[in-house]
Design a protein around this ligand. Sequence first.
Ligand SMILES: NC(=O)c1ccc[n+]([C@@H]2O[C@H](COP(=O)([O-])OP(=O)(O)OC[C@H]3O[C@@H](n4cnc5c(N)ncnc54)[C@H](O)[C@@H]3O)[C@@H](O)[C@H]2O)c1
Length: 317
Amino acid sequence: MAKIVISEFMDERAVALLSARHEVLFDAGLQKDSTRLLASAAGCDALIVRNLTQVRGELLTALGRTGRCKVIGRLGVGLDNIDVAGCEANGMAVISATGANAQSVAEYVVTSALLLLRGAYGCTAAVAAGEWPRAAVSNGREIAGQTLGLIGFGSIGQLTARLATGLGMKVQAFDAMLAADAPVYAQSGVQPAALDDLVAQANVVSLHVPLTEGTRGLFNASRIASMKAGAILINTSRGHILDIAAVASALRLGQLGGAAIDVFDTEPMSADTALQNCPNLLLTPHISGLSVQSNKRVSFMIAERVLEKLAAQEQQG
Ligand SMILES: NC(=O)c1ccc[n+]([C@@H]2O[C@H](COP(=O)([O-])OP(=O)(O)OC[C@H]3O[C@@H](n4cnc5c(N)ncnc54)[C@H](O)[C@@H]3O)[C@@H](O)[C@H]2O)c1
């Protein structure tokens, strides 16, 4: 029987699947207590994390000390909280749930685009109070016919393109790892584009790249300034890719028509006066990939893959 440590929240039914075969320590708050986390991780055969547990430094050393730990399961996508090379050098495979939360993120993106383009949903209090701000919210834009520019055309980018196309949007994508003649473009009806052209032409720009040295600071103040006047910017990828202060300033100047931001350099972010009462800004606490359905899909995908890995390990041993 292997020992599995789960340091963040996971669907209870997926935890039960693991517990039926192995000894499981499941504590959704474990990542906040580094002493207990280090003690629990030492000697485990598998560690399952979400995005808050930093699998590097002391924790990686504790995991690698006995040579027992063979797999790190990541309940989500994006491996920037894991030293993947360090894990692999210590004999630990890193598995993520690529694709399992893509629908939730894609729905968040099109919902944000619809809300921000239309701009008609912020007047509930005024209407309930007997005001009638009809003129102020009559100039919203339809989404059909607008151009969506996707930065990154992997699982989430492709699903977002499918939803957006269904709403009548034209879709362009820039992906540094995909050739312009990659079949996925023709299959999806999405136009491949150079980054600068896409940014200059899109009415809605949405970021779907991992945080790497190549994407850090990609959407800085000058890139934001090169966006079409009145365009919408959506970031569900990672903090550090987008300069939030530059977004706030572009929104206040009216150069950007709206923004939705789900991910931040530091989470939770510290109070930021630049973002207080910023117009046409939607902020969410890193939940675009989280829904009832995606949590179940992600949790079962990782539980099953960890079980497979442990079974293969048992056979070898
Ligand atoms: N906010 C959330 O809840 C949430 C949920 C899931 C994923 N994410 C983030 O979204 C990112 C994308 O997820 P995914 O499932 O689509 O991943 P994916 O690996 O399927 O796709 C990422 C794409 O980005 C491309 N890419 C990599 N570097 C690039 C660069 N420098 N320039 C342009 N393109 C580049 C890759 O070629 C790939 O096609 C994840 O890495 C993660 O950080 C956030």
